[in-house]
Design a protein around this ligand. Structure first.
Ligand code: ATP
Ligand code: MG
Length: 413
């Protein structure tokens, strides 16, 4: 894409009320627009990044047999009343509204209830199990805290997958598969080393859940990790009983600030019993389906990547999620020989299917480099006088600053 055609502009200042580093940088770089506190629009560069994150998650969910669907944002009050999750004193972050024709509805906070009900139309025998089904869908939560930028939205994207099994043993197989897929997701995004599978409270579902916590000073959570085993415990369940159960020694644990990027739950038969999702087993007996739920926030992940990887000059994207692999920066003025060489290289790269953002604007080198740093593509190719003379280009690694002189043929290979 030619930068002269990109409608978004960068800016020097973030919104005055924005305290989170991730949102400050993403707004300044034109990746997102702040609508209101905790509510953000994704602009072209931001959407490309988000879509790359979504695609990695989708590939990993498909690889373990997940089937993608999409459910509604508007929720049926009667359904949520059956599981006792409609009343505001049971779930305190609903956005609710009413129909002109009468009756209330709520904007989706999560989807255990609707998917369990959908499955009652499709699961009736042990032969119909197991099932893994997932979606990417905007969730709405009336969050009180709004200090974390896109990491804590009132409207945000979630990937939520749900598992349906005939018994605990079958459930365990699914759970372990999805857990391993989550580990791969964090590895592919380049934050595997900073991300700990962490014991946490089960919330409303069960005694424990497992959280994927990425270490960062911007985190709202506190975790205790044992570096040798990489076992980690959330502060909310950090007590002598839990440590004994996990075989952890207080003295070897290190306290860290972290951000929850994902959360996986054993739901047991709570929802299937309440909503009548049963099946007939091999002996003809009617039984409730054993369920699990597995959440991960692509928009929060995008914020985490900024918190963990950005530097004082701006964004730094890993190649796997960057909107463009290369930022081609021409130091030419329109019509000169530098511009001709840059145009030609750009056309050739596009023909090769290489993702490249081409800064073809008439601006000073200083301005262009500062903006290129802010935008954060993994590699910058500079086209200046030397490149015209030699057909060799300076390629600068955004993260390390390392410069490699690269001949044209190699750039296109
Ligand atoms: P938190 O404790 O941070 O509020 P949660 O326990 O409410 O998170 P879940 O309900 O398990 O989160 O949601 C699954 C995933 O969705 C989380 O791991 C996180 O990645 C993402 N997520 C949850 N709330 C938000 C939010 N307000 N904004 C962005 N992403 C979110
Ligand atoms: Mg929450």
């Amino acid at each position: 894409m030619r930068q002269s055609e990109l409608f978004t502009k960068t800016r020097r200042e973030a919104p005055a009320d924005e305290v989170a580093k991730n949102a400050q940088l993403l707004v300044r770089a034109g990746y997102v627009h702040k609508e209101m506190a905790g509510v953000y629009s994704y602009l072209p560069l931001g959407l490309r990044t988000l879509n790359n994150i979504v695609q990695i998650i989708r590939e990993e969910m498909n690889a373990v047999g997940g089937q993608e669907l999409v459910m509604t944002a508007l929720q049926d009050k009667d359904l949520w009343s059956r599981t006792d999750r409609w009343d505001d004193d049971k779930v305190d972050n609903w956005f609710k509204t009413s129909f002109k024709s009468g009756g209330e509805t709520g904007l989706a906070i999560t989807h255990e209830e609707p998917l369990t009900r959908i499955m009652t139309d499709h699961i009736s025998s042990y032969r119909d199990l197991p099932v893994l089904a997932y979606q990417f869908q905007n969730k709405f939560r009336n969050e009180m805290r709004a200090k974390s930028g896109i990491m804590r939205g009132k409207e945000f994207l979630m990937k939520d997958l749900y598992s349906f099994a005939k018994d605990e043993a079958e459930h365990k197989v699914l759970y372990d598969k999805v857990r391993a897929a989550y580990v791969r997701i964090f590895d592919r995004m380049g934050i595997g080393a900073e991300t700990y599978v962490t014991f946490a409270s089960g919330g409303i579902f069960s005694a424990f859940s497992e959280e994927f916590q990425t270490v960062s000073d911007a985190g709202e959570d506190t975790i205790y990790t044992d570096e040798a085993s990489r076992v980690s415990v959330n502060k909310e369940v950090y007590n002598d009983e839990t440590l004994a159960k996990l075989g952890l020694d207080k003295d070897t644990l290190v306290e860290k600030k972290a951000i929850e990027a994902g959360n996986i739950f054993n739901l047991g038969t709570r929802f299937s019993e309440q909503l009548g999702l049963t099946f007939t087993d091999e002996s003809g007996a009617r039984k409730p389906v054993v369920m699990g739920s597995y959440g991960i926030g692509p928009t929060r992940l995008m914020g985490i990547l900024v918190e963990v990887l950005a530097d004082e000059k701006g964004l730094v994207w890993p190649l796997a999620v960057a909107p463009f692999a290369y930022h081609l920066v021409s130091l030419g003025k329109s019509g000169d020989d530098i511009t001709l060489v840059a145009d030609e290289l750009y056309d050739d790269m596009v023909k090769q299917g290489i993702k490249v953002l081409y800064d073809d604007r008439d601006l000073s080198a200083g301005q262009k480099f500062a903006e290129s740093d802010l935008l954060g593509m993994p590699k910058r190719i500079v086209v200046g006088r030397e490149a015209v003379a030699t057909d060799v280009f300076e390629v600068i690694d955004r993260r390390t600053g390392a410069v490699v002189k690269t001949p044209r043929a190699q750039l296109l290979g």
